[in-house]
Design a binder for this molecule. Structure first.
Ligand SMILES: [Cu+2]
Length: 152
């Protein structure tokens, strides 16, 4: 995918140099979100985490907040390994550069979901989370629920 985009950018540059009108054929105007999933905590007082692949659109954007009817609060976090172990820091936003894939995944960027409430009694396969992008607006995404031990 990234190789394809690089190839397209090179092609685009080439076409611009030679004055040919070119549009980004497979780059969507706004962000796109794929492979969205939640690692749902089995314990009510422990937060859950949510992950996804976010692909930038034609221009740079920022993921600046998230919300869900099933969680009281959602924070944007970044996990990293330090000399004294794994730490998480709270971020105000995540940069989503144009045409680039940003991975929210265990051990890196993630959404931290606090104070779950009114979770569907029957196991429901997905839960909605609304992702707010600075330029791209709000996207309601159904996140697939996976067991707590899942790493990807
Ligand atoms: Cu976290």
């Amino acid at each position: 995918m990234i190789r394809t985009i690089k190839a397209l950018l090179v092609l685009c540059l080439y076409l611009q140099i030679f004055g040919v009108e070119y549009t980004y054929a497979d780059v969507k105007p706004g962000v796109t979100i794929d492979q969205a999933w939640i690692r749902l905590s089995p314990l009510k007082n422990r937060p859950s985490a949510a992950y996804a692949l976010i692909t930038g659109g034609k221009s740079d954007d920022l993921l600046d907040s998230a919300a869900s009817p099933y969680f009281k609060r959602i924070e944007i976090h970044y996990s990293r390994m330090t000399d004294w172990g794994m730490t998480m820091e709270k971020l105000s936003s995540i940069a989503i550069p144009a045409s680039q894939v940003v991975k929210l995944e265990p051990g890196g960027y993630h959404l931290m979901l606090f104070e779950a409430h009114d979770l569907p009694k029957k196991p429901s396969k997905t839960l909605p989370i609304t992702l707010h992008f600075k330029n791209g607006g709000a996207h309601v995404i159904e996140f697939t629920i996976k067991p707590f031990g899942t790493m990807h």
